[in-house]
Write a protein that binds this ligand. Structure first.
Ligand code: SF4
Ligand SMILES: [Zn+2]
Length: 247
């Protein structure tokens, strides 16, 4: 195995993943078959699947594996893996929080500095980063893969993480941060920043935009939102969402 990390959007290290087959990490048919057999042993699959199914060419928006975040297989891995197999899976899947904080911390902090973002954005970023980190809370609830910070008009910063559940009980990080602000007796948002689980843009979803609109009718258009760290791109909610059912 080549000693280099390739950190996926969810924090997994593809370079250590026995499924990963992009040059120079190609796998033989026997190796892939062994992985398929291992995947059944640890419970990721209910049968030994074909090599074509087990092979993976890395993290993509349509193939965003979330081993351990969706359900913790770590205890099963301990039980059924050899020491070598366990070490490899540990490196690939069980150091997610560390991988994510290093990757995002390094990349986005330097992006903010490079783009001369003001100190308020940097403070918001640091506040959101402090609560970032995917965690499995139960077999049904995960949290923290996305975090957000909102700054109130008075200048206070409130944070929130996304919470993912079965039966649509979860919440986006942005709305969680806004609820945190409301809980603390503040009702007007000045800026919003989120740390999404990939290198892409961080525009809030429709539900979060709707909440901001309903919270600040007549004023929501001025809320500033960090859209893209790599470009230092900030947009007002009124530009993002020019037509809304509330003026
Ligand atoms: S299964 Fe996940 S960790 Fe493994 S190579 Fe694919 S994207 Fe990367
Ligand atoms: Zn949302």
């Amino acid at each position: 195995m080549i000693e280099e990390k390739i950190i996926a959007a969810c924090g997994n290290d593809c370079a250590s993943c026995p499924r990963y087959a992009v040059h120079p990490y190609e796998k033989t048919d026997d190796e892939l078959h062994h992985t398929a057999e291992l995947w059944m042993r640890i419970g990721y699959r209910d049968r030994v699947v074909e090599n074509e199914e087990i092979v993976c060419y890395g993290c993509k928006p349509e193939n965003w594996c979330r081993y351990r975040v969706i359900k913790s297989f770590e205890p099963m891995c301990r039980q059924v893996c050899t020491d070598d197999e366990y070490k490899r899976l540990e490196k690939a899947f069980f150091e997610k929080e560390k991988n994510l904080s290093t990757k995002m911390g390094n990349k986005w902090s330097s992006d903010l500095e490079m783009n001369n973002m003001d100190q308020i954005w940097i403070d918001m970023y640091n506040a959101a980063k402090a609560v970032l980190g995917g965690k499995t809370i139960s077999d049904y609830v995960t949290a923290g893969e996305v975090s957000a910070a909102v700054r109130s008009k008075s200048g206070n910063i409130y944070v929130g993480v996304c919470i993912d559940t079965c039966s649509t009980l979860g919440i986006c990080a942005e709305r969680n941060a806004i609820f945190n602000m409301i809980t603390n007796g503040e009702y007007e948002i000045d800026r919003v920043l989120c740390i999404p689980p990939n290198e892409g843009k961080g525009a809030p979803c429709g539900a979060c935009r709707e909440l901001m609109v309903q919270l600040m009718p007549g004023k929501y258009k001025d809320i500033e939102i960090m859209i893209d760290y790599s470009k230092g791109q900030v947009m007002k909610l009124g530009e993002l969402t020019p037509e809304w059912w509330i003026d």
